[in-house]
Structure formats: C-alpha cells, structure tokens
Design a protein. Structure first.
Length: 702
C-alpha cells in the first residue's frame, strides 16, 4: 500500500530552507512495509499458518498516519520559521499524493477492465460498479451500502475488493490536512495531540459498539470511521516522536532498551498475525487496536537513530519489497482471484502459491519501474516540455529552469496518458450491458429443478451411535393426538411428515427451495454470511421449538470457536435427530471445520454426520465458479444427501397422519352406491429426493 517516504531527494518533498527540520530516509519503515504486505499476500494465498495476515493492513494505516503527519509538521515548522504565519500548501500536498497513488491505480483499473471485458464478460455487471467506486476511492462505503460481505461471496470474489483499504487511506489524505491546519491554528500543538488521541479513542469505541459477534463484521471492518484509529495513532506518534527530535547519542543502555522494547512489540505483533483469524471476536473488540499500538511501538524504535532495529528491518531485500509494497498490494488480489485452484488453474499448494507470487512481483515491478517511478520523477512533464519544443513554443534562457505551469495544469498533464487509458476502459465497461450471472440472482428464489434421483451418486450410509427416541422435553411429547396407521409408509411420505428445522448460510440458502419441496412441514432459515455463533444464537431464540429433526450447516463463514460446537449440540440434545452437514469450500479453514465436526459428533447419540465434503468433492459441476455455492444440480444433490442421511437414521416417533372419511349416504336411487376413500399413496418409487403426491382412490360398492 502507498505510504509516503521521508527524503529530501524525493520528488515533490518540501525544499529545505532556514528553520526547516532535516528529514532523513527511514529504511526501517520500508522493511516494516515489506513484512505487512507479505502477511497480506500469505493470508490471501490461503496459507493456513498465517490466519491473521489481513491485519497487515492495520500496520500500513499506522505507518501512513505517522509519515503524513511528519511531513505536515515539518512543513508547518518550516513555513513558520522567522516569525512567519505557518501553513500548508494543500494543493501541492494533494498533487504529490495523486502523483504517488493514481498512476498505478489507473493502470490496475485499465488492466482489470480489459481482463473482465475479454475473458469474463459475464462478470461485467458487478465489475462496473466496483470499478467506478475504486475510481472515486469509495470502495469501502460502496461495499457497505451494497451489503457486500468481505467474508462471504457468491461466485468469483470481486477483482477490486482489496481497494477498500486504499479508499480509507485516500479519504484520510483528503480530510486530514484540512483538519491539521484548522486544529493547529485553533488548538495549538499540545491540544491538537489531545484531540487526535480522543478521536482515536472514539474510533476504537465505535468499533467495539458496532461489532456484534452474531452478525457479519464487514461494517466495522470496512468503515472509515471504525478503522480511523490506526491512522490517528500514527498521527499522534508523529507529534511526540518526530524524526528531527531524535538523537543518536543517548544514555548508557538506551539503545539496548529501545531494541528490546521494539523486538518484543514486533514479536507480539507477529504472534497475533500467526494465531488469530478474521472470525475471532477478539480481533474486533481488542485485536485491531492492539495491532495499532504495537505498530506504534515498532515504528518508534525503528525510526530512532540509536536503535538497531531500524537497521535490521532496513536490510536490502526488505527495502526492495517495501518500496514496491504498493504495487504488490494492488496486483496480488487480482492474481489470486484469477488463479483459483481447481477452478481457473490445475495447480494447488506450493506450486500455485509460487506462481502467484511470481506473477504479483513481476506485475508490481513493471508498474514500479515503468509507471510509478518515471511519473513520480516528472517523465510526463519532460514529455510535455519536449512537445512544447517541437511546437516551437518559447524556450527559456540557458541555465534557467523551465517555466512551471500552475500546479493544477501540471497535475493534469502528469496523469493525462494513464487517465485516458483508465477512463476509456471504464467507459467501455460502463457501456457494455450483460445479463446478470447466476451468482447475481437471489439464491432463495431459485425454482426446484426436477432431477432424477437415480442419476445422483449413492449416499454412503452413516448411522448414529444409538437410535434416538422421544425424550423428555422434546417436541414429540407435546404433539397433538393424531390417528396413525400401522401400514408401511414409503420414504417420500415419511419425509413429508417430518417437522424439520434447518439452519445454515448461503450454501443451504441455495438449496432452500429443494429442501422445502421434500420437507413441506419444515422451516429452512438460511442467510448469506451466517457464522457459527450467529446460528447458535438463532437456535437459542427458538426457545426449544426444534421440531422432530434439526439440520445444521455452519462453518462456511468461519470456524467454531472455543466450545461453540459443544454448546450447540448440548442445546439440541433433546431433539430426536440432529444432522450436521460438514463443509466443502476452497478456503484454508475447510479442514479445521470438518475435523472439529468429525472429532466431536460421536459424543452425541442423537447426532449424525451428513458428509457433504466427501459426497460433493468429486462433482465440481455441482458448484458455481466459486467452488462453494450450488447450481441446480448441486441443490438437488444437497437435498438428496440430507434426506438419505435422515432415512438411514430414522428416529422413532415421527407421526405420519392419515385421514379416512366416508361420504354421506347417496340419495335414494336404483344406481349402485359408492364410497370415496381418499388415502395417501405416492407416485414415486419411494425415492429419498422425491415428494409424495396424494392420489384419490374411488371404490365402488354395490
């Protein structure tokens, strides 16, 4: 991600003058950037031992807040030297930020637009809005208002989803200089620091207040208001730890103390990244704030000239990566999205990750070498000067600098070529209309597709440890009296009589019409993005009204934390039969979820596993291109698995009502009388995936 650098030789940096504090290059921060972007790439590369790699974004936020505020403070001090009124050249500040950020972003938008238009035109409907939001640096709020989950998606993940963090930073770059100037003039340096800390505390409190562990955390994860704390903590550090205030000569043992504190903070930061994941509530209540504060400590030590940590982080390989971290961040996500294992490419594991890293670094290097650095050093400005010479425009005197246009004109000229390229691509994307993809259709409205169950693969027999029966406190004990028949009942009729409660997420949501077709007395409660804790809370809210059978399919949106699975199964201990469906999804925690279910389900005699992973893995044709959500064939197979698992583990006490009625006597007549006796039969052969259809039998009597 893009963060400024402190260097007098950097193009656009404030010019030294009387009273200007010296700004030196800080290689340790480039090394810290390298660690942060590496964590993000490992996380998005589904590397299981870096579950908290997404927290690298928070490290970037703190670095950005520190460096931007350091530049502003330096300019404030420089312009106020000699008793002058201090100020900030806002236009020049924003021009430098635009020249640093926009060229690489426009190149990314142009390439992604072209790739989508040529190779994935079916995804233009969603890409169009994403691209325009990215163009305006409002990706985070666009996703929030569209209720697009960061943690749950249907179909291919959006190519530009990762730009939410750049949107947060750019919004900060636009607003913070204005607040800085107003605050410094109204409050002064000391009270401005107090205001910054108060605002950071407010952001932390807002995240903790808005976070609900039973609800998808995308709102608090994406929001500029809830993520501002990291940026503001970095700003506060700049006020108390400006580089020009630090001295290499310190007291005895000071450097050792600094290094020890910095290493401990860095070790704790890495420990969080290696052990926490995005579904851990601690991340939102305390973790992100903890990462911000630890990063503050690491930065404070890394920039101090007496500490050695900055030199360790500033080794050449880390600096090389850190200088390209913006491009690496920009390109890594599209590369990941377009190279999904088993879906886009026949590679997986280490070979696939190596390919992804090579492509990402290669694209980042091309962007850095041929777009970012040349434009940052005025390549387009030189091209414009050459253009003026060719057009015989007035030349300047020898030895004098070329005439400088107003900054707005120079800004327009600097980005004209890349802007035209990106704008043209976005215009094409905006004008092309496509039909919505299957993933854009509301899953719950899918129609039931009639599929011959015999065409589906057989379901492996899975039985519970004991046969469940009506137990005290179950709904079977309070069922109304019903006349039952002792005649054999076919499978479809029996399934139609089951009072089923099913709880799941968007995978079950896709199969909802099919499940309701087979279980007409059932209740299917499935929503996009539901995590295990949310499902447990939903079942608790039913106050024991669980029907005859409960089907639970959770874990696609995060693992069961702590004792949540035991809590769930204990709550359902009085249900006749509980069917737990495991998960099939191309995400790093798939094995963890399935392993936990397999290891614990045997402890509960009324529970049985429906092995969706094993049943569906040989059939990628059942899934949309995300390898997780169900096409119509997959919906039928899902329901077939649930029904077959239940039939193989029938609990006792399922009441199948039958009704016998006798027609009133016919009026006197010489014609033979008839008795109409409706009875429930089936038109299917007892298939687990079929639904019994009632027929009427007319018996004549004479």
């Amino acid at each position: 991600m893009a963060t400024p650098t402190l260097s007098r030789s950097a193009p656009g940096a404030p010019k030294p003058s009387s009273g200007a504090p010296p700004l030196r290059y800080l290689p340790g921060l480039d090394g810290l950037r390298a660690l942060a972007v590496g964590a993000v790439v490992l996380y998005h590369g589904e590397i299981s031992w870096v579950p908290g790699g997404f927290l690298g974004v928070e490290v970037f936020f703190v670095i950005s807040g520190y460096l931007i505020t350091t530049l502003l403070l330096a300019e404030w001090k420089r312009t106020g030297a000699g008793g002058r009124r201090p100020g900030i050249a806002l236009g020049e500040f924003w021009r430098r930020r635009a020249r640093r950020l926009l060229p690489a972003l426009f190149l990314l938008l142009a390439v992604c637009s072209f790739v989508t238009l040529v190779w994935h035109p079916e995804e233009l409907a969603t890409f169009r809005g994403d691209a325009l939001a990215a163009f305006g640096y409002v990706t985070n709020w666009y996703a929030i208002f569209r209720e697009t989950s960061y943690f749950e998606g249907v179909g291919r993940p959006p190519l530009l989803q990762h730009l939410w963090s750049l949107a947060v930073e750019e919004q900060f770059y636009l607003v913070w200089p204005l607040l800085f100037v107003a605050g410094m003039r109204a409050l002064g340096r000391r009270w401005m620091l107090v205001a910054i800390l108060a605002a950071a505390g407010g952001s932390v409190l807002l995240m903790r207040t808005l976070f609900d562990p039973a609800v998808d955390p995308t709102r608090v994860y994406y929001g500029t208001d809830t993520r501002a704390a990291g940026l503001l903590f970095g700003c506060a550090l700049a006020y108390v730890w400006s580089p020009w205030r630090l001295r290499a000569k310190t007291g005895p043992g000071a450097s050792w103390f600094l290094d020890a504190v910095g290493l401990l903070a860095l070790a704790r930061l890495l420990q969080i990244i290696f052990t926490r994941d995005e579904f851990d509530p601690w991340v939102y209540t305390e973790g992100i704030t903890t990462v911000s504060l630890l990063t503050v400590v690491v930065i404070a030590v890394a920039v101090h000239p007496a500490a050695r940590l900055g030199r360790v982080l500033g080794v050449r390989p880390l600096v090389w990566v850190g200088k390209r971290s913006y491009g690496i961040y920009l390109w890594h996500w599209p590369v990941m999205v377009l190279t999904r294992p088993g879906l886009d490419i026949d590679l997986s594991g280490a070979p696939l990750f190596a390919l992804r890293v090579a492509l990402t670094v290669g694209l980042a290097e091309i962007s850095y070498r041929f777009v970012e650095v040349p434009i940052r050093h005025g390549a387009i400005g030189r091209w414009l000067a050459s253009f003026r010479r060719r057009r015989n425009l007035p030349e300047t005197a020898p030895g004098s600098p070329p005439p400088r246009s107003p900054w707005g004109l120079r800004l327009a000229g600097s980005f004209l070529a890349v802007l035209l390229l990106a704008s043209t691509s976005l215009l094409i994307v905006a004008l092309v209309t496509t039909d919505p993809t299957p993933e854009d259709v509301e899953l719950a409205t899918s129609e039931v597709e009639e599929i011959d169950p015999s065409a589906l693969p057989p379901v492996p027999t899975t039985t519970s440890t004991t046969e469940g029966s009506g137990q005290p406190g179950t709904t079977a004990d309070t069922a109304p009296e019903t006349t039952t028949t002792t005649a054999p009942v076919d499978d479809a009729t029996w399934l139609a009589a089951v009072r089923l409660v099913a709880v799941g997420d968007s995978v079950m949501l896709g199969a909802k019409p099919s499940l309701e077709h087979v279980f007409p007395l059932g209740t299917v409660d499935a929503v996009v993005g539901r995590a295990p804790l949310s499902g447990i809370a939903l079942l608790q809210g039913r106050n024991g009204d669980f029907g005859d059978v409960v089907v639970v399919h959770l874990g696609n949106n995060g693992v069961y934390l702590d004792d949540q699975f035991d809590q769930l199964m204990t709550m359902l201990s009085g249900v006749k039969r509980v069917i737990v469906v495991n998960v099939k999804l191309p995400r790093r925690y798939e094995g963890e979820v399935n392993g936990l279910i397999a290891a614990n389900i045997g402890k509960y005699p009324n529970a049985v596993l429906a092995d969706w992973y094993g049943y569906s893995s040989p059939h990628p044709e059942w899934f949309y291109n995300d390898g997780m959500h169900l096409k119509p064939e997959g919906q039928a197979a899902y329901t077939h698995l649930v029904a077959s698992t239940l039939l193989a583990n029938r609990p006792e006490g399922i009441v199948v009502p039958t009704t016998t009625t006798t027609a009133p006597p016919p009026p006197p007549s010489t014609a033979p009388s008839t008795t109409v006796a409706p009875e429930t039969t089936t038109t299917t052969g007892g298939d687990a995936a079929g639904v019994a259809a009632p027929t009427t039998v007319v018996a004549a009597t004479g």
